[in-house]
Design a protein around this ligand. Structure first.
Ligand code: SAM
Length: 260
């Protein structure tokens, strides 16, 4: 798959593309990342890409024309018409289902906004999808683009070692979309704190049962919406429901004690 990243700061991507286990995906071309600077498509000695907002107000706005020329140049080099993504706080928040969809795709053109954002006429005529990283504001879309690229790269076959399989991670359908369980490593005692006995038992069935209960407990506490989604999809067994009922009863007893 190919991602063309439109950015005024291509140098920000060097550490992402050359570090860690996911660099395999970039170096092999499994995830072919190309960086394009819209300034190279701007006119004049100053190669200006931004201007003041009509109507007044603070900051600058990225001009439509250099971005349009940049997109035309990229589309002309691609064999198929690529989706055009703009990273923006007004976009749909990125989730695991989106990442899975992009990781199975032929890629996209990713526009990283800067300043107050991009001239709306470019958005209306050229952008096919807007993606947000969350309910906060970044200085630019580059970190959002890197988040998407990293999440996509680690899903590519052969990129992670088996032991680090993404199928064991939070949100993965293999584990019914639940959050991950806690992890521990050596030493067995650290700062006076031990490790749950079951993890030292070598009893695989009990360890798996403990991990499932932990996933259910953490998800119930932090993201009850994911429990409900798993239930609606028929992913929770009778044993899971029994664990959830016990956890809810324990919580009610705890609430009762603290209010009494
Ligand atoms: C300072 S922000 C512009 C914020 C914009 N004026 C607003 O209030 O929605 C500059 C650029 O950073 C990127 N950006 C900021 N926050 C983001 C977020 N939560 N998700 C994705 N991209 C974001 C966008 O590309 C945006 O054009």
């Amino acid at each position: 798959m190919r991602f063309d990243v439109v950015t005024l700061f291509p140098e920000l991507f060097a550490p992402l593309l050359t570090s860690g286990i996911t660099r395999r995906a970039y170096e092999s071309g499994q995830v072919d990342v190309r960086l394009v600077n819209p300034r190279d498509f701007a006119d004049g000695n100053y190669r200006r890409v931004d201007d003041r907002p009509f109507g007044g107000g603070p900051g600058m706005v990225m001009m439509a024309e250099p971005l349009a020329q940049c997109l035309d140049s990229i589309q002309a080099q691609r064999s198929e018409i690529a989706p055009v993504v703009l990273f923006s706080p007004v976009g749909k928040p990125l989730d695991h289902a989106d990442v899975m969809r992009w990781s199975d795709s032929a890629g996209a053109i990713l526009i990283c906004g800067r300043y107050e954002g991009v001239d709306q006429r470019l958005v209306d005529t050229r952008v096919t999808e807007q993606i947000s990283l969350g309910d906060f504001v970044l200085s630019g879309g580059e970190i959002a683009a890197m988040a998407l690229l990293d999440a996509v790269a680690r899903l590519q076959p052969g990129v992670l070692n088996a032991a680090e399989s993404h199928e064991q991670d939070s949100f993965n359908p293999t584990l019914d979309g639940l959050l991950d369980c806690p992890h521990y490593t050596r030493p067995e005692t650290w700062a006076g704190l031990g490790v749950p006995d079951v993890l030292l038992s070598g009893h695989h069935a009990q360890i798996e049962r403990w991990r499932r209960e932990q996933r259910l407990a953490i998800t119930l506490r932090q993201r009850p919406d994911l429990i409900q989604a798993a239930r609606m999809q028929g992913r929770l067994s009778a044993a899971d429901e029994a664990v959830l009922t016990r956890l809810l009863n324990e919580r009610q007893v705890g609430d009762h004690r603290s209010s009494g």
